[in-house]
Design a protein around this ligand. Structure first.
Ligand SMILES: NC(=O)c1ccc[n+]([C@@H]2O[C@H](COP(=O)([O-])OP(=O)(O)OC[C@H]3O[C@@H](n4cnc5c(N)ncnc54)[C@H](O)[C@@H]3O)[C@@H](O)[C@H]2O)c1
Ligand SMILES: [Fe+2]
Length: 406
């Protein structure tokens, strides 16, 4: 039965040079813009150009350039205090996922108070927040369109998420030129995260439709809209991600990869992600390896574990990756090989040992993964500590065949 929910920014502008329209876009939402960025982009002359252009149309700007990747509470509170003093009425998050998430969180704090703990989880944000305009400079997180912001909490082992449709930016401005400066490794890690978002959304659990599902859950599993977005993302990233990594100046590849990341964000922003993301969180906390590296290392093993529950989806993934149509079971198997080869080509490790995970930590990782209940429940095949144990053991050994029986 057809079922779906589509939540997105009111407007998504996409195209090379699109950043130049920011003054007109920002002016539609406010007159005092608080810009969240990091030290790198602060030094980029492009930022000075954007600030000047905003001022030229009479918009007051204040730029916060101390965004820290893990978004500790201190960073969010510092930025919020400045934004409050400045009396900001619109936020511009320009940078990687961290800067965009900071803009979402400062807007949330300004609207509902500095203590963000009551908002952890799903549907806890009480209402509308001040408008956020998101401008990504990496192609990976999809944060420009997602209802999620991720932050670090010293009281928690892993990072925490706040998920609410109220966190979706009002406008996303995607200008592929902004990603031209991404070095190969960042391009690979961010792009692999985007591919994993699309793959997990496309193979997520399919719930029994109900009129209340999308009102009770931010992430509702595979649905008619997320499928369309995930398909476009897989096709674009499968074809162009290696080129973007190997030849960063190739604007066509940059465009397609940025589009893939955006489409993957729309897909997982409604469908949610699953086992690969659940298992990465403790691995990231343990090894301090990049999120995209972890989820992509795990993805082929998760696909292997999920195989029997998503043969048609896996077969379609093979076709989207340009492989010929044979029979469904063979195509589904080829899909896992194709994803593994794509990731290997862009430098993703083939086993957890490549992420410096040690054998004595595997049991802990399996137990911690189960705490991400929402992601665990979103997996197409039921997960237990034992079955996650099998996935992490196989991923540690670098041997998918260990997951093929039983
Ligand atoms: N909100 C969401 O939906 C969502 C989803 C996934 C991840 N996240 C969060 O996003 C963050 C990761 O974001 P990210 O991977 O985009 O990176 P990031 O924002 O953490 O930045 C990583 C590094 O890349 C640099 N960088 C960014 N753009 C660049 C460019 N164009 N050229 C050169 N260097 C550039 C940054 O300066 C920084 O040093 C994490 O905090 C994660 O938790 C959010
Ligand atoms: Fe991710």
């Amino acid at each position: 039965m057809a079922y779906g929910v589509f939540r997105s920014p009111a407007v998504i502008y996409f195209g090379t040079g699109q950043r130049k329209a920011l003054p007109r876009i920002v002016a539609q939402h406010g007159q005092r813009v608080f810009i969240c960025t990091d030290e790198r982009f602060f030094k980029d002359p492009l930022l000075a150009g954007i600030e000047q252009a905003l001022k030229a149309v009479g918009i007051a700007t204040l730029t916060y350039d101390r965004t820290i990747a893990e978004l500790p509470a201190s960073c969010i509170q510092e930025a919020t205090a400045l934004a409050r003093d400045f009396n900001a009425d619109v936020f511009l998050g320009i940078g990687g996922g961290s800067c965009q998430d900071l803009a979402k969180l400062v807007s949330l704090s300004m609207s509902y108070g500095d203590d963000l703990r009551p908002f952890y989880g799903e549907f806890k944000v009480p209402g509308k927040t001040l408008p956020v305009i998101a401008v990504p400079t990496t192609a990976g997180t999809g944060s420009e369109v997602t209802p999620v912001a991720v932050l670090g909490d010293p009281e928690r082992v892993t990072k925490v998420g706040i998920s609410s449709p109220y966190l979706i930016p009002v406008v996303a401005v995607c200008d592929p030129e902004l990603t031209l400066t991404c070095p190969p490794r960042l391009t690979a890690i961010a792009g692999a995260d985007a591919m994993t978002h699309a793959l997990e959304a496309f193979t997520a659990i399919r719930h029994k439709p109900s009129s209340e599902l999308s009102l009770n859950q931010v992430f509702i599993g595979k649905n008619i809209f997320s499928d369309v977005q995930a398909r476009s993302a897989i096709a674009a990233l499968g074809k162009y991600l290696p080129t973007a990594v190997e030849d960063g100046s190739n604007l066509l590849a940059r465009e397609r990869v940025m589009y893939g990341s955006l489409a993957a964000g729309l897909a997982f922003g409604a469908a949610g992600t699953a086992a690969a993301h659940a298992i990465q969180y403790p691995i990231g906390a343990l090894t301090h390896t990049a999120h995209g590296l972890g989820v992509a290392t795990l993805m082929p093993y998760v696909m292997e574990f999920n195989f029997e529950c998503c043969v048609p989806e896996l077969a379609e993934i093979a076709h989207l990756c340009g492989l010929p149509v044979q029979n469904e079971a063979a195509d589904a198997r080829d899909a896992i090989d194709a994803v593994e080869q794509l990731f290997s080509r862009i430098g993703i490790p083939s086993s957890l040992q490549g992420l410096n995970v040690t054998a004595d930590k595997l049991e802990w990782v399996a137990k911690q993964s189960m705490l991400s209940t929402r992601l665990i429940n979103n997996n197409p095949r039921a997960l237990t500590v034992d079955s996650i144990g099998r996935i992490v053991n196989a991923a540690y050994a670098g041997d998918r065949s260990l997951l093929r029986s039983a």
